[in-house]
Design a protein around this ligand. Structure first.
Ligand code: MG
Length: 258
């Protein structure tokens, strides 16, 4: 009798469990709190302040690369002192002394850079106010006098050089400052050196988007096709272009690592 009871209760509980399992599952009622994320809390950054010239100073977490005083954050290709000329709170390309490089290397970042083509600029096409900022020393965002100066469009100001023309021409006339805000995601490579994913860049030129999350297809040579070669963090490089036109000036350069 005892064993029959145990057997019956086992059968009953199995039947109940089976019935329970067959019942449609209850979908919990959604509430606002279920989709709220509370942590981690974004770090506080104090934005830059408006300056008399209408631009913003660097935010509190930026690395200052040039604040009008000296080129102590920069060096030449042999890791010697950068020979470009600092004057009046800006610096100017010293033609023939070569490109300059940040001492620090970077990976993903937001870069702010102001540059001016001088009012007395001469020359045509790529021989008129040519410079460039090379991201990670590899990928050139073109600087050029693109104010009424026709050239190949994937070589005008705001282009990823020889790859992607700017969406618009946002160039200021010579003698006026241009502002680049560049958001850059570095490429990543597999252990065997193959590309895992390419670099991407957004460029805002004087407040106008000229590159919108553009995929960079490799390095940016003047002659030849872009290729990727595995690399880690790299410096920024500013170009001392060989053309004979008057040199560009720079001011207010800062970067935020991301
Ligand atoms: Mg250039």
């Amino acid at each position: 009798m005892k064993w029959t009871k145990i057997y019956l209760s086992l059968v009953l509980s199995t039947v109940l469990l089976t019935l329970q399992a067959q019942q449609p599952k209850q979908i919990p009622k959604m509430e606002s709190a279920m989709t709220e994320i509370w942590e981690p809390v974004p770090e506080v950054v104090t934005p830059g302040k408006s300056k008399p010239d209408g631009t913003l100073s660097a935010p509190s977490d930026a690395i200052i690369l040039f604040d009008g005083k000296n080129l102590s954050s920069w060096q030449d290709k042999n890791a010697g002192m950068a020979q470009w000329q600092v004057h009046d709170g800006v610096f100017t390309v010293n033609k023939g002394t070569g490109d300059i490089f940040t001492k620090q290397s970077f990976e993903d970042f937001q870069l702010h850079l102001e540059w001016m083509v001088p009012a007395n600029i001469s020359g045509e096409s790529q021989y008129r106010g040519n410079s460039g900022v090379f991201l990670q020393n590899m990928y050139e965002i073109q600087l050029l006098d693109s104010y009424q100066n026709p050239t190949y469009v994937n070589g005008q100001a705001g282009s990823v050089y020889k790859q992607s023309p700017p969406l618009k021409n946002a160039m200021q006339s010579p003698g006026h400052w241009n502002i680049y805000d560049i958001i850059y995601t570095a490429p990543r490579f597999k252990e065997n050196g193959n590309l895992l994913y390419p670099a991407r860049v957004t460029v805002v030129h004087n407040g106008i988007v000229v590159q919108n999350n553009t995929q960079i297809t490799g390095h940016t040579p003047n002659v030849g096709l872009p290729k990727y070669k595995a690399h880690g963090p790299g410096p920024l490089r500013l170009q001392d272009h060989g053309d004979p036109s008057a040199p560009l000036s720079f001011r207010n350069i800062w970067i935020r690592e991301m």
